[in-house]
Design a protein around this ligand. Sequence first.
Ligand code: GLY
Length: 333
Amino acid sequence: MPPVRPIILSTWSFGRIANSAAWPILCAGGSALDAVERACITVEDDPTIDSVGRGGLPDASGRVSLDGCVMLSPKRCAGVCFVRRFNHPVSIARRVMEQTHHVLLAGDGAEAFSEAQGFAPVELLTDEARDVWHKWRNDPAQLRGERYRGWLPPCNVEEVSGMSDNRQRLAADEVLPHNRSHDTIGVLAIDTRGAMAGACSTSGMAFKVPGRVGDSPIIGHGLYVDPQAGAAVATGTGELLMRTCGCFLAVELMRQGASPADAARQAIERIVNSCDIFDNHQVGLITLAPDGAWSSAALRSGFRVAVCTNDADDLTPAAAVHLPSSDPAEPLL
Ligand code: GLY
């Protein structure tokens, strides 16, 4: 059997930092699972990244909650959601996969499990994220145009968060232009033995309704890996991926013979055809075939894929973009 060429693919420009940390593992013959976990830990540990791990923007009540999952195959996968005291949801999810027969742990139970597994509790809310939340809570309009993932939940924020502000906060024109910052770190890898793995990690939508869980911890929504067919990982507005089982769909399309490019593009088209799309929505999706062929697609321009192989260490725009963006593309870092 010819030697397998390893590859790692990560979402957004911070995927480059993730790939740099994980690539030595793949080069040294380490496992795809170790590589995708290391990639996510690297981004979770960076407090300047406001959408993943410690430093992530909080929910409407000012508390950070993290979601993530890991997957090798339908037999080996797990996720955790609504984790508010531990910084590494992918590592905790890996423990759920390795130590239990369950696929998803949530909230207090996930935290008790983390503690029992020896993970150290941490304060996830940084001073910087608290400042942004204070500004949002006091006057969302102040943040219009700044570089962060502005989002006002389309529901009565006052009721769910106990805040006593006026209803102007919920007016359509208070919803900030579409997601300008980064979102989920999603990673797919193939190691030198040909094994595939995927992982994703996020602090979710900024200022979400407390209790909201997105696509990232749920197998088939933000991530799906089946070595018989391929793998897909997603980033962006979780609700769109959850309404369409976006990553499962992309892998099933590959199982039926679609190329990675066609599968990614058709999964985005399904979202557009099935969901109401608002200006602040974005979805980016990466697809990877078992032979290492890969592609990507996005709802709007701005999405980037960081790719690392023996020959390349690149950051590339999505191969297919469904809608033109009104925002300037994210600069290539
Ligand atoms: N894609 C991350 C989230 O919607 O929570």
